[in-house]
Design a protein around this ligand. Structure first.
Ligand SMILES: [Zn+2]
Length: 293
């Protein structure tokens, strides 16, 4: 993703992992491959590889953190899987050893430069770099940051930490931040300032939030896992097997699309492949993404 400039806010992306992740039959219970092919015209090549290069039945996903720099703060949004963590969802994610911190350094930022870490929700692939292993203990990776968790989300997973969407992450990537006194459990109307604020979008998880960014008339919406793949721009009714409430998840997606469609606002989703940042435009009686490139 190219650096996105919105007024005096810049947005970059650290990619931790990319690969075939969403197996249609299992991941989108109401999805089917013929419908995906019907949207190939705008999905290819960025969001759907040419047929001869594709792993049939799978859609690719990116794991990435958005790095948001305002005149006042350095902010990370969603923190991927993290290093050295025992995970069972995917072999690639188990005991990962990525160069995530080097990529941050390449942007001119050290862990101590981060002011806020914000998680759209607390699933395993959104909280991993919240902590790192130090002398056998999980400690906050970003020592000066306030970690912003929606209280509704935290309360839910505190009671359901064994869920398959967590894969152990509550104990090694959320709780140590709480215990270190670095977390702020906030309401759904929390704002850092007038350029960054939350917008509840429950459905994928009970306390899922989108995060608004706005500056000098330009704007974007970090949509977390309200969307997993661009096909859901055309078919917002496709919820995933990981959604807590498949009906509410679809309603949340439709509301987001209705807000963004045919405006200048960018959609910044947690798993959309490069170039990631896009706008939502009308496409007959459905919607599609429009890229700057
Ligand atoms: Zn995710």
């Amino acid at each position: 993703m190219k650096t996105l400039q919105l007024g005096n806010v810049t947005i970059d992306r650290i990619q931790e992992w990319v690969g075939p992740l969403f197996e249609i039959a299992n991941f989108f219970p109401s999805g089917d491959w013929d419908t995906i092919e019907s949207q190939r015209g705008w999905l290819e090549p960025h969001f759907l590889p040419p047929k001869d290069l594709m792993r049939k039945g799978f859609l690719d996903a990116s794991l990435h953190t958005f790095v948001v720099r305002t005149p006042h703060h350095n902010i990370l949004i969603d923190t991927c899987v993290g290093n050295h963590k025992e995970r069972s969802i995917l072999p690639d994610w188990n005991m990962m050893d990525s160069d995530y911190i080097s990529k941050l350094a390449n942007m001119g930022l050290a862990p101590g430069d981060i002011d806020f870490v914000m998680c759209t929700h607390l699933h395993v692939d959104h909280v991993g770099w919240n902590t790192k292993l130090e002398d056998g203990r999980w400690v906050p990776t970003f020592p000066k940051a306030r970690y912003v968790f929606h209280k509704t989300e935290y309360d839910h997973w505190q009671e359901n930490r064994g869920h398959h969407g967590m894969d152990g992450a509550f104990d090694d990537s959320v709780l140590p931040v709480i215990e270190a006194g670095r977390a702020d459990l906030v309401a759904g109307d929390f704002a850092i300032d007038d350029s960054i604020w939350l917008e509840p979008s429950p459905g994928h998880t009970p306390g899922h939030v989108c995060i608004n960014v706005a500056s000098q008339g330009a704007s974007g919406l970090f949509t977390g896992d309200s969307f997993h793949h661009p096909i859901q721009i055309a078919y917002p009714e496709w919820s995933t097997a990981f959604c807590s409430d498949i009906v509410q998840s679809g309603v949340a997606r439709q509301n987001i699309l209705d807000k963004l469609v045919d405006t200048d606002a960018y959609i910044l989703a947690a798993h959309f492949n490069d170039p990631t940042a896009a706008r939502v435009v009308s496409n007959g009686d459905r919607y599609k993404l429009k890229l700057d490139i």
